[in-house]
Design a protein. Structure first.
Length: 433
């Protein structure tokens, strides 16, 4: 995890302090249910909670113990015994390390997803506000990076809003799938721990029960989770790349807000660079880098191995913290985005009406000209404009193959024709009204 690209709330979820607190809660909840079942003394379970619930678990002390035991969960339990005392011997009855580690990992991923959903909501709110602000602001649509036909800037943003609605649904599904609890003991048979303990711990930790845990929670869940994060990161990048293009000097239809005192270049004082959206492209790559290792973690040996462990210690915090940061950075970019309608209109007019070529072609076909002949006539005149030889509509009026009356031809160069269904699309995205 890179601290430069992190927010405190996201970092806190993955701190040693939080991890050990969750480990203790898992163990203590299990002890409570075991006491209810008569497996351990009720007094022991009560003492564990009383002495441990407000305790500060010393990460340095646990590391010191682990340097001898070479086992992190045993080191933790040893440290808990130092705090709780004799009653600590009733902890971890019939449980395995994976019961603690996997359940804790599920809690951390679920909590991280709650933060990610908050970030997506902020992006959605920013996109909706700016889309409605520029609902009818005309701009040129581009395909292959080349001018195509008119759209509105609001429609551009509405498309991204719809995409982040899907991102939200993906994260909700991913959270549901990842938030499972496993307290099933060695090789997952419940031989030494009652299934009721698992259900109780799951309820207390806000998780569902893993149907078959084989000692570890199956990693297809984690693969799907990190894949969902990768898709959301790609949506972040797609919008970031759009803004980067729109900020190019030759385009300059929109740009990141440039703060007073901000510097664009150490060498060239005039520069205003799209550094935030370029950063978002890089962060998206970082998040996606977790996807392939998560996929490879699915194929563990038999009932378990720990080849996934070192991977997840890295990708868990890295992917969630960086995506959380990216979502809030993206929201900030949209909220403060400088939009230049006059430049949009200038670019829209740059090709002198070529963006209306399809409408001219269709009008000719409706007037009785074959599609092939209509296409050829319109294209030949358009190519003259590309070569800088004159004005599109003047060429069309002078071409005998273009049989439309001049007033009808001029009416085809109507920007409003291309925006007549904006309300329909907005209603699909934002609802009626």
């Amino acid at each position: 995890m890179i601290t430069r690209y992190s927010r405190p709330d996201a970092v806190a979820i993955w701190s040693q302090e939080t991890k050990y607190k969750i480990w203790f809660e898992i163990e203590a909840h299990a002890a409570t249910k075991m006491a209810e079942l008569g497996v351990i003394p009720t007094e022991a379970a009560q003492a564990i909670w009383a002495k441990g619930k407000d305790a500060t678990f010393d990460a340095d002390r646990i590391d010191e113990i682990e340097s001898v035991t070479k086992h992190d969960v045993i080191a933790f339990l040893t440290h808990v015994a130092e705090i709780v005392g004799d009653e600590a011997r009733f902890l971890h009855q019939g449980m395995t390390s994976s019961d603690v580690l996997d359940t804790c990992f599920a809690v951390q991923l679920a909590r991280s997803t709650d933060l990610l959903l908050g970030g997506v909501d902020r992006v959605l709110a920013a996109l909706e506000k700016r889309a409605k602000e520029h609902k009818y602001t005309p701009t040129v649509g581009r395909s292959h990076g080349i001018h195509a036909e008119p759209v509105t800037f609001g429609l551009k943003l509405a498309g991204y809003h719809a995409e982040f609605q899907r991102a939200k649904r993906r994260l909700i599904t991913a959270r549901e799938e990842i938030a499972t609890c496993a307290i099933s003991g060695a090789v997952g048979t419940f031989a030494n721990v009652d299934p009721a303990v698992e259900q109780y711990v799951a309820d207390q930790m806000g998780l569902s029960v893993e149907p078959v845990s084989t000692q570890v929670i199956p990693r297809d869940r984690h693969a799907a989770y990190f894949a969902a994060l990768g898709v959301v990161a790609s949506s972040v990048e797609r919008l970031a790349v759009e803004i980067r293009h729109l900020q190019r000097t030759e385009v300059l239809e929109a740009e990141e807000f440039f703060d007073k005192g901000q510097k664009g270049s150490s060498a060239m004082p005039h520069k205003r660079n799209p550094i935030l959206t370029e950063n978002l492209t890089g962060l998206a790559r970082l998040v996606r880098s977790a996807v392939t290792p998560a996929m490879e973690n699915v194929a563990l040996w038999h009932e378990r191995d720990i080849s996934h462990s070192s991977v997840e210690r890295g990708i868990g915090p890295d992917a969630t913290i960086h995506l959380d940061f990216a979502l809030h950075r993206l929201a900030g970019v949209i909220e403060r985005l400088n939009v230049y309608p006059e430049n949009m209109q200038k670019n829209l007019d740059r090709l002198g009406g070529l963006v209306f070529s399809q409408r001219v072609m269709l009008a000719l076909t409706q007037a009785g000209v074959s599609r092939e002949d209509a296409y050829a006539a319109v294209q030949e005149n358009a190519m003259k404009v590309w070569r800088g030889e004159g004005v599109f509509i003047d060429f069309l009026k002078a071409d005998p193959r273009v049989t439309l009356p001049h007033d009808q031809l001029e009416a085809l160069f109507d920007l409003g024709y291309h925006t007549k269904n904006v309300d329909v699309i907005f209603a699909r995205v934002f609802g009626e009204g």
